[in-house]
Ligand binder design. Structure first.
Ligand code: FES
Length: 146
């Protein structure tokens, strides 16, 4: 294992053991839940928006270390960002997980998840929280328009 792989592994394990923003918000603006069809694991994300900025966010659910660490990293990465910035971040993360080049230093700790690409079956684990949040934002945007 290379030194970089070891560092990535440590970052993932650290988020898994000490997850950030775990729990559920009361009366959130966005509440969404998704599951990984390959294993049945799930994640639930709730977030509050103030003037289109993520003011608070929580996640909970059950799943492997990668899915839980990824959800923890997501909550840190999106707090304080506008919904448009969050959507950009989601697209950048998906591109990274699919092996596409992404701008350096845009993802912070989240970059540690690129090590997961070596294990294609685990990519869905890493993507779970991100696709769940994207769906939640889509539903919220639709409800705002109607
Ligand atoms: Fe279920 Fe990773 S094995 S989310």
């Amino acid at each position: 294992m290379s030194a970089l792989d070891e560092l990535y592994r440590e970052v993932i394990l650290e988020h898994y053991k000490s997850p950030r923003n775990r729990g559920r918000l009361v009366n959130p603006d966005v509440a969404t839940r998704g599951h990984n069809p390959l294993c049945g694991d799930d994640v639930e994300i709730s977030l509050d928006l103030e003037n289109d900025v993520v003011s608070d966010i929580r996640f909970q659910g059950k799943g492997c270390s990668i899915s839980q660490a990824s959800a923890s990293m997501l909550t840190e990465a999106v707090k304080g960002k506008t919904t448009a910035q969050v959507r950009n971040l989601i697209q950048t993360f998906k591109a990274m997980m699919h092996g596409e080049p992404v701008p350096r230093d845009t993802l912070g700790d989240v970059e540690a998840l690129q090590g997961v690409r070596k294990y294609p079956v685990r990519i869905k684990c890493a993507l779970l929280a991100w696709t769940t949040l994207e769906e939640g934002l889509d539903i919220y945007a639709k409800s705002e328009r109607s």
